[in-house]
Design a protein around this ligand. Structure first.
Ligand code: GLU
Length: 405
C-alpha cells in the first residue's frame, strides 16, 4: 500500500508551492510532536496471553488539545496513524474548532476477538496512555471499528486511573455515558451539509445519483441522509463488494438483507458489483467512505462521477488528485467533507466540561452554519489561488494554525 503519511506530505508540499508559508512553518508541520508506540498484553479467553501493538500520535496542538479517533484494524500501522493525525490537525483547523490533531490505533482485527477480550484490549490501551490523555491534553474518539461502547470502556478506565470525573477525555460515548446527541450520524450529516453548501458551485443537479463506497457508520448514515434529502443511492458497497440499482436502493431493506445473509450481495432487484467497478460507476456524486488509497493513478482516469465527496480519510492519492483535476472532476476533500464528526465531538467535550446536555436539534443547528462556513471559506480560497478544493482547504487550515503559532 502507498504510504499514507507520504501522501499527506506530498499534499503539503503541493500547497507550499502555491502559497509561501515560510520554510520553518512547513518544516514543523512535517513532524508530529510525538508518536507513541505501546505493547498491550491481553489475557485471551483460552487462558493464553497475547501482545498487541497500539499507537497514539500527537501531531500538533497549536489550536487546542490533540483530538482524533482510535482505529482498530489488522492493517493499521504507525504511518497510517501519523497520516491520520496530520489530517486531523488540518481538519480541526478547517472546521474552526479549538482543537489540535492526533490519532490512535491498534493493529487488530476486532472481529477475531470476543467481547471481553475486546474490552480488555481497549482498557489496556488506556492504561498505557493515561499519562498523556486528558480533557486539556489529548481527547480520543471513535474511528474505523471503534464504537460508543468501546469509548465507554475507555472513559471508565481513564476515570478509574486518574479520578477525573468530567468524562471529557473521550468523545463519541453512548448517550447515557455523557455522549452527545447527534454524534452517531454527525460525520455523514456534516458531509451532507458541506455537499449541499457547494452543490451548485461544483456543478451538480438538484437531485443527484450517488454512489457510496463503505457501509460502516459514515457510509450508511450518509447514504440514509442523502436519500432523506431527495437524492438517489444507485450503488453502495462494504469491504466484500457492493450492489447497483439504477432506480435507487432501499437502504432499510438492504440493511435487513445484510443482517440476514451477512453480505450485501444478491440483494433483490439489484446487480452485484466489485469495489473496483463501484468506483468506476457513472454517477453525479461518488462518496468514498471507507479507507485510504482507493483512487490511485491506476483507476482515477476511469472515474465517471461528476464530483467526489471524500468522507473517508485519504481515499485519493496525490497522483489521482492530479488526474481528477485534469478531468475537471471536483473533489471535496476529507479534511472539510468529514469534519462534522470531530465538530460534534468538540460539542460533546464542551458539554462535558460545562455539565450541559444539548438536544439533537441544538447540536444540528450549531453544526450546520459551521459546515457552511468551512465549505464557503474553502471554495473562496480555492478560487483566490485558482486551485482545487483540497489546496483551498489546506490553505484555510494552515493560515489559522500559522496565525496562532
Ligand atoms: N475519527 C473521526 C475522524 O477521522 C472523528 C474524530 C473525533 O471525533 O475526534 O475525523
Amino acid at each position: 500500500m502507498q504510504n499514507p503519511f507520504q501522501n499527506g506530505m506530498t499534499q503539503l508540499d503541493k500547497v507550499a508551492k502555491i502559497k509561501d508559508f515560510g520554510d520553518e512553518f512547513i518544516t514543523r508541520l512535517r513532524q508530529p510532536d510525538r508518536d507513541i508506540i505501546i505493547s498491550i498484553p491481553v489475557k485471551m479467553d483460552d487462558g493464553s496471553m497475547k501482545i498487541f501493538e497500539g499507537y497514539r500520535v500527537e501531531y500538533n496542538n497549536t489550536l487546542g488539545p490533540y483530538k482524533g479517533g482510535i482505529r482498530y484494524h489488522q492493517d493499521t500501522e504507525i504511518n497510517e496513524v501519523k497520516a491520520l493525525a496530520f489530517w486531523m490537525t488540518l481538519k480541526c483547523a478547517v472546521a474552526g474548532i479549538p482543537m489540535g490533531g492526533g490519532k490512535g490505533g491498534i493493529t487488530v482485527d476486532p472481529k477475531e476477538l470476543s467481547k471481553i477480550e475486546l474490552e480488555r484490549l481497549s482498557r489496556g490501551w488506556v492504561q498505557k496512555l493515561s499519562d498523556v490523555l486528558g480533557p486539556k491534553k489529548d481527547v480520543p474518539a471513535p474511528d474505523v471499528n471503534t464504537t460508543p461502547e468501546i469509548m465507554a470502556w475507555m472513559s471508565d478506565e481513564y476515570t478509574k486511573i486518574t479520578g477525573d470525573e468530567t468524562g471529557a477525555t473521550f468523545t463519541g460515548k453512548p448517550l447515557d455515558k455523557g455522549g452527545s446527541a447527534g454524534r452517531g450520524p454527525a460525520t455523514g450529516l456534516g458531509g451532507f451539509y458541506v455537499f449541499d453548501s457547494l452543490r451548485t458551485q461544483i456543478g451538480l443537479p438538484d437531485k443527484c445519483k450517488v454512489v457510496v463506497q463503505g457501509f460502516g457508520n459514515v457510509g450508511s448514515n450518509a447514504a440514509q441522509i442523502f436519500i432523506e434529502n431527495g437524492h438517489t443511492i444507485i450503488a453502495i458497497s462494504d469491504s466484500k463488494g457492493g450492489v447497483y440499482n439504477e432506480n435507487g436502493l432501499d437502504l432499510e431493506k438492504l440493511t435487513e438483507h445484510k443482517k440476514k445473509t451477512g453480505s450485501l450481495a444478491d440483494f433483490e432487484g439489484s446487480k452485484n458489483l466489485t469495489n473496483e467497478e463501484l468506483l468506476e460507476t457513472e454517477c453525479d456524486l461518488l462518496i468514498p467512505a471507507a479507507f485510504e488509497n482507493q483512487l490511485t493513478n491506476t483507476n482515477a482516469d476511469k472515474v465517471r462521477a461528476k464530483a467526489i465527496l471524500e468522507l473517508a480519510n485519504g481515499p485519493i492519492t496525490p497522483e489521482a488528485d492530479e488526474i481528477l483535476f485534469k478531468k475537471s472532476i471536483p473533489v471535496v476533500p476529507d479534511i472539510l467533507a468529514n469534519s462534522g464528526g470531530v465538530t460534534v465531538s468538540y460539542f460533546e467535550w464542551d458539554q462535558n466540561l460545562k455539565g450541559e446536555h444539548w438536544s439533537e436539534k441544538e447540536v444540528f443547528n450549531k453544526l450546520l452554519p459551521m459546515m457552511n462556513d468551512a465549505a464557503q471559506k474553502t471554495f473562496k480560497k480555492a478560487k483566490e489561488y485558482s486551485t482545487d478544493l483540497r489546496r483551498g482547504a489546506f490553505i484555510v487550515a494552515l493560515e489559522r494554525i500559522q496565525a496562532k503559532m
